[in-house]
Design a protein around this ligand. Structure first.
Ligand code: C2E
Ligand code: MG
Ligand code: MG
Ligand code: MG
Length: 288
């Protein structure tokens, strides 16, 4: 009968939910251990300047190198870390890895900027400013080449407090980018309130080109008005790249330029992009 079906369904759902909750608890326990054991590595995705056709920057993207499961992508663990507060330790670890990498590049004469994702909870963490200050005071540290990517949700809340924090970060010489621009907080008053160096147009707009042309044009104008660099995220096709170049977008990041790569492969990829150009990597009729 339908009554029995209903009961079965309820049992099924609650068992499933119980299993999900247990799986989540397990991930949580595993993550705690993983942070202690530093089981994380960074991959790097180049950002191409559309005026010079050279790679000017790269974004650090974290991966969990699980001893049994192999490489795990951030979609599977960043949100759990954010909800539980573990992101404070993980974020600190990522920041250290990224800053040390940037310092090593700088010392070996590799002139490239590095952007680092900072989660809302990490932005609120008191330790962030101390860590940034420690790094920037190191004589070999290229502070001006480090950009911190924050999302619009970071800017919700006490604007005075946020402005103070952003000012402190800027006064040390770091750059600030708004990640996934256009998808979060819709009150744009923060744009004139804070000093922002870069806006990253979310890939959901880029993937809708040319239909999303009007909104991207608007963001490009806005960025120019406030003197911010504009980066298009998630560029996957040569048509998208051409549209962005024709509309004076500053930089492109996405699979069409390069997937995120291991550090050991990064400078080879950059060399190929700088010498052959992006179209040589995707010859006529090549895959997008
Ligand atoms: P995000 O910061 O917006 O990073 C861009 C994401 O888009 C990356 O996924 C990148 O691999 C992917 N992507 C790049 N180009 C393309 C493309 O052409 N097409 C498509 N479909 N995707 C593209 P990833 O590495 O899986 O990271 C996902 C998100 O996880 C990041 O989004 C960021 O929000 C978060 N995340 C990654 N690394 C870190 C980190 O170190 N700290 C924090 N707090 N969050 C991180
Ligand atoms: Mg990012
Ligand atoms: Mg992004
Ligand atoms: Mg994104």
């Amino acid at each position: 009968t339908s009554k029995q079906d209903g009961r079965n369904r309820i049992t099924f759902f609650s068992e499933e939910m119980g299993a999900l909750a247990r799986a989540r608890d397990l991930v949580e326990i595993e993550l705690k251990r993983a942070i202690q054991n530093r089981e994380f590595i960074l991959h790097f995705q180049p950002r191409l300047c559309l005026r010079t056709n050279r790679v000017v920057s790269a974004e650090a993207l974290v991966r969990w190198q699980h001893p049994k499961r192999g490489l795990i992508m951030p979609a599977e663990f960043i949100a759990i870390c954010e909800e539980t507060g573990m992101i404070e330790d993980l974020g600190q670890l990522i920041l250290e890895m990224a800053c040390q990498t940037s310092m090593a590049w700088h010392k070996s004469g590799k002139d490239i900027e590095l952007s680092i994702n900072i989660s809302p909870r990490q932005f609120a963490d008191k330790r962030l400013l101390d860590a940034l200050r420690d790094f920037s005071s190191h004589p070999d540290f290229p502070t001006g080449k480090i950009e911190l990517e924050i999302t619009e949700n970071v800017l919700i809340g006490d604007h005075d407090f946020i402005a103070q924090k952003l000012d402190a970060i800027a006064s040390m010489g770091y750059r600030i980018a708004i990640d996934d621009f256009g998808t979060g907080y819709s009150n744009l008053s923060y744009i004139s309130r804070f000093q922002l160096n870069c806006l990253k147009i979310d890939q959901s707009f880029v993937s809708q080109l040319p239909k999303s042309g009007p909104i991207i044009s608007l963001i490009l104008t806005l960025a120019e008005q406030i003197g911010a660099t504009i980066v298009a995220e998630g560029v996957e096709t040569k048509e998208q790249l051409a549209w962005l170049r024709n509309h004076q977008c500053d930089q492109a990041q996405g699979y069409f330029v390069s997937h995120p790569v291991e550090e050991k492969d990064l400078f080879g990829v950059i060399e190929d992009l700088n010498t052959g150009g992006v179209y040589q990597l995707h010859p006529a009729g090549g895959s997008d």
